[in-house]
Design a protein around this ligand. Structure first.
Ligand code: 5GP
Length: 343
């Protein structure tokens, strides 16, 4: 067994529906009254295999298909529990799941969020080794009006479940909208006590990236086109260095989504050499056929890092969680004890 499997880990960037394993997708499909053959063949249709490269647009199509198996409250609840279990199995001790609330003939957006929160609460009994929090996602491709509705919902559930619903994320296909159009909403959530993560510089768009850096979210998803490797505008890197906003790094996702050409060319190399804050994440462990352990292995192999250095990367991620301060110090103690027990 890989020593990185045993290592306690933190996952801060995991989209719920992108994290479903093929086993879970198959079980969900069989739970549906009108279960679909297309979904049954999850292997070919929904999951991107080894050495396969797609575009981000392809990935957004895949998410739409996966949504078919989580279109009812009981299915989204089952899915959430399954994902928590998967992460717990590989010694993830703290997990932030994110998801965009949806409604349809079978559920309201309220029911969608309720299902996730109750799955997280029940999992704290079934899987006591992992602490789980929830970030409500805005899918920016659905427009500002929908984002407004989602933000109100997020604030409502944050007030009701402060210990679980801790933040908001903005993700989805960025084509056709500007990040800054959503900043007022994100500020509202922030004023209500929530922390913010924004997908930015996932594709080349210097103007938008500068806007996001200046908004100063607590974390940024990807940030691929900030360091000079991918970007001709040195101002963005200077802003990142000044503000030291932690980047959520998703190696396999970026390779399979076609935004980086190889692991060696990934901007994680720059973050390490410049000693900038980051955390290693899976993004969509189902769709990209990966795991948190695999991502740690890829980082270690590509950038020649020892297990001890990987421990430090994992330990430093604790500072970037949206969970409460007391939890942070408890996690740090756990990590230190683990190190003493595993010299
Ligand atoms: P869900 O929010 O339905 O639980 O998870 C899937 C959704 O997460 C997608 O529909 C999309 O909005 C978002 N998502 C997942 N992976 C990515 C990614 O790599 N980039 C962006 N921009 N959005 C993503």
């Amino acid at each position: 067994e890989s020593p990185l499997m045993k290592l306690p880990k933190i996952e801060l960037h995991a989209h719920l529906n992108g994290s479903l394993s093929k086993e879970t997708i198959n079980i969900l499909a069989s739970m549906k009254p009108d279960s679909m053959d297309m979904i049954r063949n999850a292997d070919d249709m929904l999951l991107i295999g080894e050495n396969e490269q797609k575009t981000l647009e392809d990935c957004f199509m895949i998410f739409k298909l996966i949504h078919e198996v989580t279109d009812r409250p009981e299915l989204i609840k089952f899915a959430t529990k399954a994902v928590i279990k998967d992460f717990a199995k590989e010694n993830t001790k703290y997990l932030e799941l994110r998801s965009t609330p949806r409604s349809n003939d079978y559920m309201t957006m309220d029911q969608y969020v309720e299902a996730i929160v109750s799955a997280i609460r029940e999992s704290s009994l079934d899987e006591p080794s992992i602490v789980v929090k929830f970030l409500v996602s805005i899918d920016r491709s659905k427009g500002v009006e929908m984002a407004k509705e989602i933000t109100s919902l997020a604030i409502k559930y944050h007030k009701k479940h402060k210990d679980v619903v801790v933040g908001m994320d903005m993700s989805g296909n960025m084509r056709g909208s500007k990040a800054r159009d959503f900043f007022d909403l994100l500020s509202e959530a922030r004023a209500a006590g929530m922390k913010i993560s924004i997908h930015a510089a996932e594709v080349h768009n210097d103007e938008e990236t500068e806007d996001v850096l200046k908004f100063e979210p607590e974390r940024i998803g990807h940030g691929t086109f900030i360091p000079p490797l991918k970007c001709q505008n040195p101002r963005l890197m200077v802003l990142l260095q000044e503000k030291r906003i932690p980047l959520e790094v998703c190696l396999t996702s970026n390779l399979k989504g076609g935004t980086v050409d190889s692991f060696e060319d990934h901007h994680l190399g720059v973050l390490i050499s410049e000693e900038l804050p980051f955390t290693i994440c899976t993004d969509d462990k189902g769709v990209f056929s990966t795991s948190l352990t695999k991502e740690y292995e890829i980082a270690a192999k590509t950038f020649k890092l020892t297990v001890e250095q990987m421990w430090k990367i994992s330990y430093d991620s604790i500072d970037h969680i949206f969970g409460e301060e007391e939890l942070k110090s408890n996690l740090k103690k756990y990590w230190q004890h683990w190190k003493e027990d595993n010299p």
